[in-house]
Design a protein around this ligand. Structure first.
Ligand code: AMP
Length: 279
């Protein structure tokens, strides 16, 4: 596996692959790799000839009071996992390589970036869209792979590709979970043993929301069912529980499909999860 730390080195590495008309698959990550990330690598391995992954903790997508400083970083372990799961080229840029002094241009994704998760994390999705647009220009992938775990990020990236006429196919991989339903996340590393157990409540809430859909296509009923599960459990502070259109994150025009999404704080850790229901 080739490790590229500069944009120039990455481009030099991929140029002959492109000339040979080999398709390039791309999996962007912030590292602390787990099975969720590796499942996307395996999807890329199956779909494209050359698999590129990036590891970059993007400061632009963290708010001032968020966990940028304590975000888990373990490059040696990440590189071993990436290589074992079939990555050909890993791009690990430093902060100044991605944002040299004077860098000022950002991508604004409009209203989609300011609702639901975007309302809780002002500026987050513009930060995501900016770094992903840059990474797309650096890697120039044919196909890019994202996790359903971050459902609103998927909607934002699809809109970015549409709005900026990027010639990149977006493939979405299913959410990888632990046995009790807790969605895998780099942030799970912050949880104590007790908090780890409490964390599975997010998935319980989503299943309660799914069960409530049978009583009619009423977002309010479904949202109440999810909120009740979250609010009932000690040690969890719900942030939102919504039933929305998976593309716009607005009230669903129909329940075909509908996305159930929840966010909650467990101790000092903010967790998100969702369930896409296609009927
Ligand atoms: P992150 O490192 O958190 O920025 O995530 C990098 C990519 O992995 C994103 O496309 C995420 O949606 C995806 N991802 C994170 N957790 C999971 C999971 N549990 N299952 C599937 N994909 C995931």
């Amino acid at each position: 596996m080739k490790v590229a730390r500069t944009i120039a080195d990455l481009r030099r590495t991929l140029a002959p692959e492109r000339r040979a008309a080999r398709t390039i698959g791309f999996v962007p990550t912030m590292g602390a790799l787990h099975e969720g990330h590796l499942s996307l690598v395996r999807l890329a391995r199956a779909r494209t000839d050359v698999v590129v992954a990036s590891i970059f903790v993007n400061p632009l997508q963290f708010g001032p009071a968020e966990d940028l400083a304590r975000y888990p970083r373990d490059e040696a372990s990440d590189l071993a996992k990436a290589e074992a799961s079939g990555v050909d080229v890993v791009f690990v840029p430093g902060l100044e390589e991605m944002y040299p002094p004077g860098a000022a241009t950002t991508v604004d994704v409009g209203p989609l970036g300011t609702i639901v998760e975007g309302a809780a994390r002002p500026g987050h999705f513009n930060g995501v869209a900016t770094v992903v647009a840059k990474l797309f220009n650096i890697v120039e992938p044919d196909v890019a792979f994202f996790g359903q775990k971050d459902a609103q990020q998927v909607a934002v990236i699809k809109q970015l590709v549409r709005d900026l006429d990027l010639d990149i196919e977006i493939v979405v991989g299913p959410t990888e979970r632990d046995a009790d339903g807790l969605a895998l996340s780099s942030r799970n590393a912050y949880l104590s043993a007790v908090e780890r157990q409490v964390g599975s409540t997010l998935h319980v809430a989503l299943r309660a929301g799914e069960a409530a859909i049978t009583s009619g296509d009423d977002p309010a009923i479904v949202e109440k069912a999810m909120w009740a599960v979250l609010a009932d459990r000690d040690g969890i502070e719900p942030d939102y529980a919504v039933a929305v259109d998976p593309d716009t994150f607005m009230a669903p025009a129909s329940f075909r499909p509908v996305l159930l999404a929840v966010a909650a704080r467990v101790g000092t850790t903010r967790l998100i999860d969702n369930l896409l229901i296609e009927r």
